[in-house]
Design a protein around this ligand. Structure first.
Ligand code: G3I
Length: 392
């Protein structure tokens, strides 16, 4: 398995940044001084300090047509996932007819801005929302379906070999909303081995890429998690080249269980796998943007980030969209659920600040360091400001 540490994927921990960032937090708490320009002021800088990547799902159209979108994406995020443009139904809607324009544009944008790229996704077949084109669902002969899968994976992974660091090889092998059901078209035709076969094909096309099984609804302790965990164990026992597990993380405010999330992340980390939060959004539980609801949302984001930071092999947290204006939730649930870190006007929400400050104050040192930061600020504010400018 390609070994990637947090340092390789996300940067180094830098103690001076931790201290200076704590001072920012402490000053804000103190309230006596206007917020200073803090070191590590963006999410990206904070994530770099924490040694993880922070990503966002994005689209090439928004990057091309909205300068603020492009600028914010590059400033705030160190990793990029194509929200739709690397999916099968986008890249090869008809057999042998390839459309790489959007994916290539995203790749170029990421490289120009020194962002990592997650590949999403090679095989995803659900009854309702998925990315399998109709023509693939019409292939009922195992040999033909295998050949289509081999051609697709080989072409796509091969095109971005050495540039996409990780691929969601199979997305949502469990049926969404059901506890334990594996059926989909690939399963029906090829059996459960379609998963192993997809991983082997991806590994052959780019031996350097980390290969992930990505799933929704595996963040609590239940039969669904157990079944998914068992599948991963079996894949490892068969020497299938699987390197990571993606926890999608489509939550609702107030219902995330951070202890269970951390435990489940750790379960795979303990198997030697990389784990990531791959599609994070936390819509308000009611479409009501009150300060109370936004505060609950902020705490939920802090809980998710803390859970990842607590697990050694948790290397990246990816937001599923840039701002509340761009979220798929608007089409799925309707307006007003405001699931992301930036509002529709690109302004940071309480969730943004809690996400950022959680990255800056990794557990378990946080309480001690926060007190130290407050102590230093207390000393500073006793001096005349003209002789001791607070520029951290
Ligand atoms: O681009 C076409 C446009 O040309 C057409 O006019 C329009 C008409 O409906 O559709 C547009 O395509 C839509 C596409 O998003 C781009 O907006 C598709 O219909 C729509 O199905 C697609 O939805 C995406 C969905 O995956 C299916 O690919 C969502 O944006 C995307 O957020 C969602 O992401 C998934 C993850 O991949 C897997 N986990 C769940 C997550 C949320 O469903």
């Amino acid at each position: 398995m390609p070994e990637r540490s947090r340092e390789q994927l996300g940067g180094r921990r830098r103690p001076w940044l931790v201290v200076s960032s704590l001072l920012c937090t402490a000053v804000a708490i103190d309230g006596a001084i206007a917020a200073p320009e803090c070191v590590g002021g963006t999410l990206r800088q904070a994530a770099d300090q924490a040694g993880v990547l922070v990503g966002a799902a994005a689209g090439s159209g928004s990057i091309a047509n909205d300068a603020l979108y492009a600028e914010t994406l590059a400033a705030e995020f160190s990793s990029l996932t194509a929200e739709g443009e690397m999916k099968w139904d986008h890249l090869q809607r008809e057999p042998g007819v390839w459309n790489f324009a959007g994916a290539d544009a995203l790749m170029a944008f990421a490289e120009a801005n020194e962002m990592a790229v997650r590949g999403h996704t090679l095989v995803w077949n659900q009854r309702f929302v998925d990315s399998t084109p109709d023509w693939v669902e019409e292939l009922t002969d195992p040999t033909t379906l295998r050949a289509a899968m081999a051609e697709h994976i080989g072409m796509v992974v091969g095109r971005y070999a050495g540039r996409v660091d990780s691929w969601d090889v199979v997305n949502e092998p469990l049926k969404t909303g059901r506890s334990v059901i594996w059926e989909n078209h690939f399963y029906d035709v090829l059996g459960i081995d379609y998963i192993a076969e997809a991983f082997v094909l991806a590994h052959a096309a780019d031996p350097s890429a980390l290969l992930f099984l990505n799933e929704v609804g595996i963040s609590t302790a239940n039969a669904r998690f157990d079944a998914f965990y068992q599948l991963v164990v079996e894949l490892l026992e068969q020497d299938v080249p699987i390197h990571g597990v993606g926890f999608q993380g489509h939550f609702f405010t107030g219902v995330t269980d951070p202890a269970a999330l951390e435990q489940n992340l750790r379960a795979f980390s303990d198997l030697g796998l990389v784990v990531e939060i791959t599609e994070l959004d936390i819509p308000l539980v009611t479409p009501d943007e009150t300060p109370e609801n936004l505060a609950i949302q902020a705490q939920d984001y802090a809980n998710v980030v803390s859970a990842c930071l607590a697990v050694e092999r948790c290397t990246r947290v990816t937001m599923w969209g840039l701002t509340d204006r761009h979220s798929w939730i608007n089409g799925f649930l309707g307006d007003g659920f405001e699931p992301l870190l930036l509002d529709e006007e690109y302004q940071p929400k309480p969730a943004y600040e809690s996400f950022r400050s959680t990255l800056l104050v990794p557990e378990p040192a946080a309480p001690v360091l926060r007190i130290a930061g407050l102590f230093v600020v207390a000393l500073m504010v006793r001096r005349p400001r003209s002789t001791r400018p607070l520029r951290l």
